[in-house]
Design a protein around this ligand. Sequence first.
Ligand SMILES: [Zn+2]
Length: 68
Amino acid sequence: MKIKCPKCNDIAEMGDDFSYVKCSKCSLDMTYGEYVRFLTLKDARYSDILGDYANDTNGNAAGTLDDW
Ligand SMILES: [Zn+2]
C-alpha cells in the first residue's frame, strides 16, 4: 500500500500487514510502530510551534491591552 514518506514526502510502501514502511528514494526502512512514532513526533513539534506562536500572540495582545 502506498503512503506518503514521512521523511522526503515521496511515495513510500507500507506492508499490507502494517509490518514495515519503506521508501526507496530516501532509504527509509522502519516498522509501522516506528513510523507512527515518527509522525507523532513530527506533529507534536508542529503543534508546539503553532502553540508557542498562539501563546506569544495572545500574551503580547493581553500585555498591550493591560499597558493601555
Ligand atoms: Zn522517503
